[in-house]
Design a protein. Structure first.
Length: 204
């Protein structure tokens, strides 16, 4: 087993300062934020995809501290009912895949996202119960069949075309939050989609 650290926890430090701090404690595996809620303190696709020197400098730092990247994290909501929020999350997702490919990283981490309850919604609606059925089942049918599955069918194809595995974090507030919902989405879009298991969410 390899123990690693999600460097959003030390985002107030430069990448070198973070690596120096972590390797001094015996940690040589990191998960880097590359967009979304994770921020881009240590892996900014807008910089690293366009500047080969900066990309090489980042890879050289990782080599200097004998540290590997377990995954890039761009957790966001690409199916948010507000189109500008969804579009930003989607762009972060695609840029993260392209950056992972360039860096030789095989996995990225994100959220499934959660739509609203109808095409006119402005806020996401996290449904966790099934009664009364004329309310919740109708919303779930819209969210999964009209929004979530169609989005991820295309998003997973993009990842597959670049050789990247997508790990969905099971977390409250999003459509995929437990094993049942993860397996439902995986069954619909294929085995390129897997899980990022955050043990703090196991109670779901």
């Amino acid at each position: 087993m390899k123990l690693g650290v999600y460097t959003a926890l030390v985002a107030d430090r430069s990448l070198e300062e973070a690596l120096k701090y972590l390797t001094a404690k015996g940690i040589h595996v990191v998960e880097l934020g590359s967009g979304g809620y994770s921020g881009t303190a240590h892996a900014n696709p807008d910089v690293l995809l366009d500047d080969k020197n900066q990309l090489n400098a980042t890879l050289d730092l990782l080599k200097k501290y004998e540290t590997e990247i377990s995954a890039l994290n761009c957790s966001g909501n690409p199916v948010h009912p507000q189109k500008e929020i969804a579009q930003k999350a989607h762009e972060d997702y695609e840029k993260t895949i392209l950056l992972a490919e360039k860096m030789g990283v095989k996995k990225i981490i994100t959220f499934s996202g959660c739509p609203g309850d109808s095409p006119s919604s402005q806020l996401q609606n996290w449904v966790t119960c099934f009664w009364p059925p004329e309310v919740w089942l109708k919303i779930l049918d819209y969210q999964w069949n009209d929004v979530l599955i169609p989005y991820w069918e295309k998003a997973i194809r993009f990842a597959e075309n670049h050789g990247i595995k997508v790990c969905i974090e099971l977390i409250a507030g999003f459509c995929v939050y437990n094993p049942e919902t993860l397996l439902r989405l995986r069954s619909a879009v294929g085995e390129t989609l897997g899980a990022n298991l955050d043990l703090s969410h196991l109670f779901w």
